[in-house]
Ligand binder design. Structure first.
Ligand code: 5GP
Length: 147
């Protein structure tokens, strides 16, 4: 799927937003929802998606939504850092299939990093253990709530 086209309301993140598919939630307010990536490239890999806009990618996010959404991305990143105490945090985001995007509802990836531990290859990692994801989501959520 290229940069141009219509938003498909049947995408998996739209289903998660509507409560039609499950997720392990780390944060939610009126602007954004954050949940654990099912195929993490590192322990604690979290996705942050906007709730109000049907934006397939960052270029489609309305101007007025950019600031509030990016505040939530930073808030989640700080929560991940507080909860898991990594040595670093990688934040990335893809626009369009040729750029590496596979789910076409805008999302930022927040990935905690540890010294000497390479990140897994995007799209090539196995599904995580659901009990682990549940525990990580609870830990990150508690760290965000406490901030
Ligand atoms: P993209 O490639 O679009 O930047 O990232 C999509 C991300 O969504 C990938 O990291 C992938 O592992 C994750 N993902 C794909 N399907 C699901 C799902 O059903 N639930 C969750 N939580 N993550 C998913």
């Amino acid at each position: 799927m290229s940069l141009h086209g219509d938003y498909d309301a049947g995408n998996i993140f739209a289903k998660i937003l509507r409560g039609e598919a499950p997720c392990f939630k780390a944060f939610e307010d009126e602007v954004a929802l954050a949940f654990m990536d099912l195929f993490p490239v590192a322990k604690g890999h979290t996705l942050v998606i906007p709730k109000r806009a049907a934006a397939r990618n960052f270029l489609e996010l309305p101007d007025a939504e950019v600031g509030p959404y990016m505040q939530r991305v930073q808030r989640v990143a700080k929560g991940v850092a507080r909860a898991l105490e990594p040595d670093g945090v990688t934040i990335f985001q893809f626009n369009g299939a040729p750029a590496g995007q596979t789910v076409f509802h805008l999302h930022f990836h927040v990935v905690p990093r540890w010294e000497g531990e390479p990140m897994g290859q995007h799209g090539k990692t196995p599904m995580a253990d659901k009990a682990d994801l549940e525990a990580l989501a609870a830990k990150i959520s508690a760290a965000i709530t406490a901030s």
